[in-house]
Design a protein around this ligand. Sequence first.
Ligand code: SF4
Length: 316
Amino acid sequence: MQKAFDYKQLYGGKRYHSYNTYLKNKYGERVQKVTVDAGFTCPNRDGTVASGGCIYCNNESFNPGYNDPTKSVRQQIDEGTEFLRRRYKVDKFIVYFQPYSNTYASLDKLKSLYEESLLSKGVIGLTIGTRPDCVDEEKIDYLETLGKSYDITIEYGLESIYDESLKKINRGHDYQSYLDAIDMTKNRGIKICTHIILGFPWENRDQWMQEAEVLSEIEFNFLKIHQLHIVKNTVLARNHLKTPYRLFTLTEYVDTVVSFLEKLNPEIIVQRLAGESPKPMLVAPNWGKRNSEVIKFITNELNKRDTFQGKYYQKL
Ligand code: SF4
């Protein structure tokens, strides 16, 4: 067993490098994300890359109530920040362009949407969710300029480092295109977030542990981990109804995430450890737990094992 650093000091008393702690240390106060639906679509749905989209994708499953693409970006943000100000007593916000692929438009359109969103009171930056094959040098140059005045993160959906999985989920890009996007984005004053899904039924524990090791060597700042869940009106849901997939139980997921964290580079800041979809949309697995409860289970398991992010991290 190797204990190479004081994790309590690095993680602000937690057992993993959490995004909230990072933001609090950076800004001295709580910063809240406010989600916006700017009406983008996705090249994996409109036929440019493929049609039908990823087999698990139903963007309605992660749209909060205040998002309505018929409203202007500014109106959505103003309504969202007002709600969050009242609820959490916060004054600083990062606008999260979440649904679909939020760099999939001309540079002029992107400039106008991003700059409109930065006008709202209290907004200090943007997080832009997109696909690795939806960026180019021109867009990254522009984001680099924005990054000189604002906190800019680009979030790349990778989902799996295994090309076989990316094919099975009809992702429409391969692992190399993620690596190319990282190369294009790193060292430009833009923070990078990687989004992955654990639990594809054809992957196994060894592969997830290997994924933690591989990702640990890539130059990005933030990681989001999401359990595979099946939501209504997706190819995955239709397949599951015919022949049920073997999905994580809550105990298995907690155990896998804790082991994954143990292998993860301590410098990677964890933005998310589990996902949640609205109850009426969820098909499986139905753990009957809110996201915050799943995090508690993970925290308890970290305590029980007396372990922490990076405990078994070894530079490859
Ligand atoms: S890339 Fe994102 S928006 Fe596009 S189909 Fe896949 S999950 Fe859906």
